[in-house]
Write a protein that binds this ligand. Structure first.
Ligand SMILES: C[S@@+](CC[C@H](N)C(=O)[O-])C[C@H]1O[C@@H](n2cnc3c(N)ncnc32)[C@H](O)[C@@H]1O
Length: 226
C-alpha cells in the first residue's frame, strides 16, 4: 500500500467517527511514519512500512479512542504533554484559567501555589515554567495522573518547583497556602457525554457528583477553613 492509498483507506475508515477524516488519517500516518504531514504529500507513491501497525492505529481511532491517547501526547499551551488512558486530556479552555492565575501571581507576588487535581500536570507545569520563583504542591486522588504528571514534570526539569502528593483535595497539605488553583471534575453524573470522552477518559476527572459542582463546593469550603 502506498502513502496515497493508505490515506484514502484511512479516510474511509474514519468517515463515521471523525469530523475531519482526511486530516485525522494524515495525522495518524504521519505519526506512524515519524514524518510530518508535508512528507505525505511529497512522497505519496512511497510504500508504507509495517502497514498492519498503521491499520491498528486507524481502527483504534475509528472506535472513538481519542487521538491523544493513541499517540501518547497532547498539545497544550506552548508544549506537548505525555498523556495516557487514566489521565484527562488537557483542554484548550484550561489555558484561560492559567492566564487568569498568571495575572494574580504577578499582581500579588505569589510564590507558593497548591493545585488540586493535577491530572497530566498541565496547569502546574505551565505555571512553573512561566514563573521560575514559584513553588507548587500538586495533589491528585488517583495514581495514574500522579504517574503521568511526574513524567511531565521530569521532562521539563521542574522537580525542584513542583511536589506531587496523593491526597483527597488538600487533606495532605498542612503547609500555609497562598493560592489554590483547580480544574476539578464538574460534570453531573447523568450528563450524556460523547463516546470519545465517556468511554475513554477517567470518570474521576469528569464527574463531580449528582449535580456536578459538589467537589467544587467542597474545595471552597476546605480552602476557606484554612
Ligand atoms: C478535570 S481533571 C483536571 C486535570 C488537570 N488539572 C487539567 O486541567 O487538565 C480533574 C482531576 O482531579 C482529580 N480528582 C478528582 N477528585 C479528586 C479529589 N477528591 N482530590 C484530588 N484530586 C481529585 C482527578 O483524578 C483528575 O486528575
Amino acid at each position: 500500500m502506498t502513502i496515497k492509498e493508505a490515506l484514502t483507506w484511512g479516510k474511509e475508515q474514519l468517515q463515521e467517527s471523525c469530523e475531519r477524516p482526511s486530516f485525522e488519517a494524515e495525522l495518524l500516518l504521519a505519526y506512524h511514519l515519524k514524518q510530518d504531514r508535508m512528507y505525505l504529500i511529497t512522497h505519496d507513491d512511497e510504500i508504507v512500512d509495517d502497514q498492519e501497525s498503521f491499520e491498528k492505529l486507524v481502527h483504534r481511532r475509528a472506535e472513538n479512542e481519542p487521538y491523544e491517547y493513541i499517540v501518547g501526547e497532547a498539545s497544550f499551551y506552548d508544549i506537548h504533554l505525555s498523556v495516557e488512558k487514566g489521565v484527562l486530556i488537557p483542554r484548550p479552555e484550561t489555558e484561560i484559567l492559567i492566564d487568569m492565575v498568571s495575572k494574580i501571581v504577578e499582581e500579588e507576588n505569589i510564590t507558593q501555589i497548591v493545585e488540586i487535581g493535577v491530572g497530566s500536570g498541565a496547569i502546574s507545569v505551565i505555571l512553573a515554567r512561566k514563573f521560575p520563583q514559584l513553588k507548587m504542591i500538586a495533589t491528585d486522588i488517583c495514581d495514574a495522573p500522579l504517574k503521568v504528571a511526574k513524567q511531565n514534570i521530569e521532562t521539563f526539569g521542574l522537580e525542584k518547583q513542583i511536589e506531587l502528593r496523593k491526597s483527597n483535595l488538600i487533606d495532605m497539605v498542612s503547609e500555609p497556602i497562598q493560592l489554590v488553583v483547580s480544574n476539578p471534575p464538574y460534570i453531573a453524573e447523568d450528563f450524556l457525554l460523547e463516546s470519545n470522552v465517556v468511554d475513554y477518559e477517567p470518570k474521576e476527572a469528569l464527574f463531580g457528583g449528582r449535580v456536578g459542582d459538589e467537589l467544587l463546593k467542597q474545595i471552597i469550603l476546605d480552602v476557606k477553613a484554612r
